[in-house]
Design a protein around this ligand. Structure first.
Ligand code: FE2
Length: 209
């Protein structure tokens, strides 16, 4: 019996790696899941659009640095996910959530919406006008988010500020060990004077596995 040639053996190895290579070719790994935490709203605000800095019917704008957060919702093949709901929630500039479990809730900035949601566009695009997150006791700055797709897939996670020294001290952030997964939740903030004076912007694609 003839032994299989080296070329045939290599071809066999190549074939078995094909599905793996296809995922790698798109270069995408899923955004890591993170805890929802204790502050997901128990009741939704009257205004829950994607502008958290301005509450409908109020003159005042929220305290803090405005952050334009936008990106696309993608599957592992890089295809936009249509018809999905993206929600975000975070504390105000004083570190207070609008939540019954929040001590000092009555002192919170009532001009900050605290929670917002939007349906992604057909191209998977989402956008929020919100605040650069601040730290509070035990946590580095973060924005909570949750995605629910039309086909019933869901993802709950948190965005952090890239390079924030508090990240390495934050037990939730440190739960993500893979540096490539960390990159998917680390917001690189850039000044965006063209959008709005004094504002920052970041682009964060969310990959649903
Ligand atoms: Fe939080």
């Amino acid at each position: 019996m003839k032994t299989p040639s080296r070329r045939l053996l290599l071809a066999g190895v190549g074939a078995s790696l094909l599905p793996f290579r296809r995922v790698q070719a798109a270069g995408l790994i899923a955004t890591p899941q993170q805890t929802e935490g204790p502050f997901y709203p128990t009741s939704f605000p009257a205004d829950m659009d994607n502008d958290l800095v301005q509450v409908r019917g109020q003159q005042a704008q929220a305290m803090g640095t405005v952050l334009h957060l936008e990106g696309r919702l993608l599957d592992l093949n890089g295809k936009p996910v249509d018809g999905a709901l993206v929600e975000i929630w975070q504390c105000d500039a004083k570190g207070l959530y609008d939540h019954p479990r929040q001590p000092g809730r009555e002192r919170r900035d009532s001009a900050f919406q605290g929670y917002g949601r939007m349906l992604v566009k057909a191209d998977g695009h989402y956008s929020f006008r919100t605040l650069k997150p601040v730290a509070y006791a035990g946590r580095s700055p973060h924005i909570h988010f949750k995605v629910g797709t039309a086909t019933g897939r869901s993802l709950t996670s948190q965005f952090y500020i890239a390079g924030d020294p508090g990240n390495e001290l934050d037990g939730v952030f440190r739960g993500i060990r893979d540096p490539r997964q960390r990159e998917l939740v680390e917001m690189k903030l850039v000044p965006a004077p063209g959008l709005e004076a004094g504002a920052l912007a970041t682009r964060m694609d969310i990959v649903v596995g």
